[in-house]
Design a protein around this ligand. Structure first.
Ligand SMILES: Cc1cc2nc3c(=O)[nH]c(=O)nc-3n(C[C@H](O)[C@H](O)[C@H](O)COP(=O)(O)OP(=O)(O)OC[C@H]3O[C@@H](n4cnc5c(N)ncnc54)[C@H](O)[C@@H]3O)c2cc1C
Ligand code: SF4
Length: 338
């Protein structure tokens, strides 16, 4: 039994003050990841700072046409929000591909961005894990690594980021709005999560005492030609082996703008500007999609059990781009049954 303090933050400034004042304190929003990790003894916070009642649950359009989404908006409300379903269906599809309806009702936007890896060794406190216990070693590198990363790995950690939402946000060019002891700042989603390097215990570039207050989606939503494809061991309620978020803008059969990001393959959503550049100005054909897949997967390398992911990702990229180009997305956000 680990004792911990519980505080309900009165406002954002109070949350920042409590968080900055105790390096072992943790924010709690929906609790769907943090509580599991506490039960497994992986997370042992000295204090829980409950932010669930802070006024961060609004979705509003900004003056320049962007969409600002509060950090406490539940994942399900976000996916079914009319502006998201109509303008950013790629994001809605990615969210609805994750977890279960019950979990999505509890899970917050901020918590989804901050959720931790699903590497089984990270959860198993009887095994070495550099992410859980820095310097102890990585059990996955010579262990069961079928679900692990093929891009951006390091000798310290080959874990993947499990968030579906983040993959779509990366492709859409979202910004993460944060507030902390030094004020407010914006971080591009693509710079928010980190590669493991030799500090795999640090998942993100959030600074000490900083809290996510919102995310912001730029006006460009790729609402016509998009697809989110999630490949997993069973059809629902499972994390991605490989996922692909694709958004295209077409002029006739020619690609004028392209966005492409992968999930389930790296410590962060994997996006390559080079692959996107290579698609622009090209016809929307299988040959061009294949070329983009090669660029996106440049440098991919397998551990002992996950070599299949490289070919799986290659095929998934081509399939997702084909679906996006023909405006037949893998899945669409449907209206919630009243
Ligand atoms: C069985 C199961 C299946 C799942 N399947 C999927 C799936 O397929 N795809 C998928 O993407 N996800 C999946 N999830 C994960 C789920 O999406 C996350 O648990 C959820 O999004 C976390 O949100 P939360 O609000 O509950 O976070 P919490 O558990 O409250 O917090 C998680 C972390 O985020 C931090 N945090 C929370 N809010 C903020 C903030 N505003 N600023 C800074 N830090 C913050 C907390 O301190 C904590 O470290 C699954 C979860 C479960 C339990
Ligand atoms: S892959 Fe990362 S999370 Fe998994 S055991 Fe190795 S260090 Fe830990």
């Amino acid at each position: 039994m680990n004792n911990f303090q519980y505080s309900r933050a009165a406002d954002i400034a109070d949350a920042i003050r409590l968080l900055a004042g105790d390096p072992d304190a943790k924010l709690i929003a929906g609790g769907t990841n943090l509580i599991d990790l506490m039960k497994e003894n992986v997370e042992r916070p000295s204090r829980l700072i409950d932010i669930s009642r802070l006024p961060l649950s609004k979705i509003e359009q900004t003056a320049d046409g962007s969409l600002r989404i509060g950090a406490l908006v539940p994942n399900s409300d976000l996916a079914y929000h009319p502006q998201v379903a109509q303008r950013y269906p790629l994001l809605a599809s990615a969210i609805l591909a994750g977890a279960s309806a019950q979990l999505r009702n509890m899970a917050s936007v901020g918590g989804n961005l901050m959720q931790r890896t699903r590497c089984a060794y990270f959860y198993d406190t009887a095994t070495p894990c550099n992410k859980r216990s820095p310097g102890s070693g990585c059990s996955a590198i010579d262990g069961l690594n079928r679900n692990h990363a093929i891009l951006g790995t390091s000798p310290s950690c080959i874990a993947t980021n499990p968030s579906d939402m983040s993959v779509a946000l990366s492709a859409l060019g979202a910004l993460v709005l944060v507030a902390g002891p030094a004020g407010e700042r914006r971080i591009a989603l693509t710079d928010f999560h980190r590669l493991p390097g030799d500090t795999p215990h640090i998942d993100t570039n959030l600074g000490t005492g900083e809290i996510i207050t919102a995310i912001e989606l730029p006006p460009r939503g790729f609402a016509l030609n998009y697809s989110y494809l999630k490949i997993r061991d069973r059809l629902s309620y499972a994390f991605a082996l490989v996922s692909v978020a694709a958004g295209l803008e077409l002029e006739g059969d020619t690609i004028s703008e392209a966005r492409l990001a992968l999930g389930g393959v790296a410590h962060k959503p994997w996006r390559s500007l080079e692959a996107e550049r290579a698609l622009r100005g090209q016809p929307a054909t299988a040959a061009q999609f294949s070329r983009a897949a090669d660029l996106l997967l440049q440098g991919a390398s397998a551990a002992s059990h996950n070599g299949f992911k490289i070919e799986l990702a290659r095929r998934a990229i081509v399939r997702t781009l084909t679906q996006a180009a023909s405006a037949t997305p893998q899945s669409q956000a449907r209206k919630k049954i009243a």
